[in-house]
Design a protein around this ligand. Structure first.
Ligand code: MN
Length: 269
């Protein structure tokens, strides 16, 4: 039987899955060098090289019964793609499953949060080197540079970890937290949507992103965040901004695949 490229080679049917991967290879509002459209398949390909077992959380991620729906068709208007993503994420959540959205540019966060918010009050934990808090950018209200502003408007609480790139006024916003202090800023009574922009990691560890920023999180920082996040109910996540063309060694795609495995092991097995 010919095999389709899928995350960890998974072929669990949707009906039996707990965790559902959805690729959204959107690359339209990128402001610099781009490359995110190839992100989802680079993650799937890199996932071939890593183990199913998380030694940190002592879990085998196959127990999460992962289905991979493949990618949405990117050859349409941005509005159509984002609307289809929103409908898909809402369907996955209403079926009692965990959506994992693979970008693509950070813009894909917004329809995912809109879908999750429709099920009830919600808070957003965003790991990102950039504040992404502009109100508009190059005339666009919904784009990668406004993603956290737009998604933040939809939720009851927003916490941003790892930010180190600001345009000025955003530095005064109250949402920034450290990797060890963020959990006190999350509300214990509200479910969480987790948004991981790969550029939150230090570019020495993970260079293959569209907008790298020096001084980022270490792998130990990231695992520490997951450990603290286990106290909360996390509904789903997105993982965005992998740009394989700037990742000649392939290590960034491996980082992305490992982020998914460790997150799934920590939260959903
Ligand atoms: Mn970013």
């Amino acid at each position: 039987m010919p095999q389709r490229l899928s995350f960890l080679g998974t072929n669990v049917p949707y009906e039996e899955a707990r965790v559902v991967i959805l690729g959204v290879p959107l690359e339209r509002t990128t402001s610099w060098r781009g490359g995110q459209a190839q992100g989802p398949n680079a993650i799937r390909s890199a996932s071939d090289s890593v183990e199913f077992f998380s030694p940190h959380f002592r879990k085998d991620v196959r127990a999460a019964r992962i289905a991979d729906l493949g990618d949405l068709d990117p050859y349409r208007s941005v509005e159509e793609i984002l609307a289809e993503e929103e409908a898909e994420v809402e369907r996955i959540l209403r079926d009692g499953k965990v959506p994992v959205v693979l970008g693509g540019e950070h813009t894909v966060l917004v329809p995912a949060v809109r879908a999750a918010r429709r099920l009830g009050a919600l808070q957003l934990l965003a790991l990102d080197a950039h504040s992404d808090l502009r109100d508009e950018y190059l005339g666009l209200k919904v784009c990668h540079a406004t993603a956290l502003r737009r998604a933040g408007e939809l939720v009851e609480n927003l916490v941003i970890v790892g930010a180190r790139s600001f345009f000025g006024a955003d530095l005064e916003e109250p949402w920034f937290a450290t990797p060890t202090g963020f959990s006190e800023r999350l509300r214990p009574d509200l479910p969480v949507w987790l948004s991981v922009d790969l550029d939150v990691l230090d570019p020495g560890l993970c260079p293959g992103v569209t907008n790298p920023e020096p001084g980022g999180l270490s792998w130990a920082d990231f695992l520490g965040i997951l450990r603290d996040l286990r106290r909360f109910r996390v509904l789903g996540m997105d993982l965005v901004e992998l740009a394989p063309m700037w990742d000649p060694s392939g290590v960034s795609a491996v980082c992305a695949a490992k982020i998914l495995i460790e997150t799934i092991a920590a939260l959903w097995v």
